[in-house]
Design a protein around this ligand. Structure first.
Ligand code: SAH
Length: 260
């Protein structure tokens, strides 16, 4: 069972601590829910998920883990393991799903974006690098606040669950980890506006030291006077930097941007 040699390129760091695994499942609140797990590895988290969830669908890229996961599948008929790259597969949209995962850290952002864009993902409880968790849960006006923070918080209500010491993994990684939970919020923008919102937020943070005005005029080919006018409507000073703009202000800016 422990013969598998961890593969760095697949972001493999396996969890060992039973109390921690139990706590993650408890915080995820997935009793009788349909769960998606990303990267079950040797099934450390999976074995706790199958006990409480209605069904567990797990996506694993590494075929070498098949012997271990086959055993788990054999003993739990509510578990289905799919040997697919989570970034290349279509997340099933037949049901509402809750995601619970200790994800591969090398693809954290694309995984999170994929989950945000899949509207039938109701919640996700994810273990990520502590540094990433700090960014995701940061507030405006702090150094951690960035485009990813604003975009995640638009789609989801985000809460930090706990820090996790790197010593609880095998092999022991270089960085500490943390768990956060995100729950889907009601949409405030329509689909077209959402695309524009993401563009506006990404552009606003394009060069952190530049003002909002300069970043936006650089990306959008809209003249500065016009942008200034819009910012004034929002009571935002034209010298302001993106790190001081709240989610609500970005949403408002998107709505009025359409009228240019
Ligand atoms: N959940 C396990 C393993 C976490 S390590 C535990 O906590 O012990 C991350 C896991 O994600 C590994 O099993 C790795 O093989 C898998 N993985 C890496 N990239 C993947 C991808 N693109 N799609 C699906 N699984 C992936």
């Amino acid at each position: 069972m422990n013969k598998h040699k961890a593969k760095k390129h697949f972001g493999q760091n396996f969890l060992t601590d039973k109390n921690l695994l139990n706590k993650i499942v408890e915080e995820a609140g997935v009793e009788n829910k349909d769960v998606i797990e990303i990267g079950p590895g040797m099934g450390a988290l999976t074995q706790f998920l199958v006990k409480v969830a209605s069904t567990v669908t797990a996506y694993e890229i590494d075929l070498d883990l098949k012997p271990v996961l086959n055993q788990l599948e054999k003993h739990n008929n509510n578990l289905t393991v799919k040997y697919e790259d989570i970034l290349k597969t279509d997340i099933p949209n037949d049901k509402i799903y809750d995601v619970v995962a200790n994800i591969p850290y090398n693809i954290t952002s694309p995984i999170i974006f994929k989950l945000l864009e899949s509207s039938n993902i109701n919640s996700a409880t994810l273990m990520v690098q502590k540094e990433v968790c700090d960014r995701i849960t940061s507030k405006p006006g702090t150094k951690d606040y960035n485009a990813l923070t604003v975009i995640i918080n638009y789609y989801m209500e985000v809460t930090k669950v706990m820090n996790v010491s790197k010593k609880l993994f095998r092999p022991i990684p270089k960085v500490d980890s943390a768990v956060f939970k995100m729950r889907r919020r009601e949409k405030e923008l329509n689909d077209d506006e959402e695309k524009l919102f993401i563009e506006i937020v990404k552009s606003s943070f394009h060069q952190k030291r530049k003002t909002l005005l300069n970043n936006l005029s650089f990306s959008f080919e809209v003249n500065k006077e016009k942008i200034n006018e819009l910012l004034q409507k929002l009571n935002v000073n034209s010298n302001e930097r993106a790190e001081n703009i709240t989610l609500e202000q970005f949403i408002e800016l998107t709505k009025i941007w359409n009228n240019i």
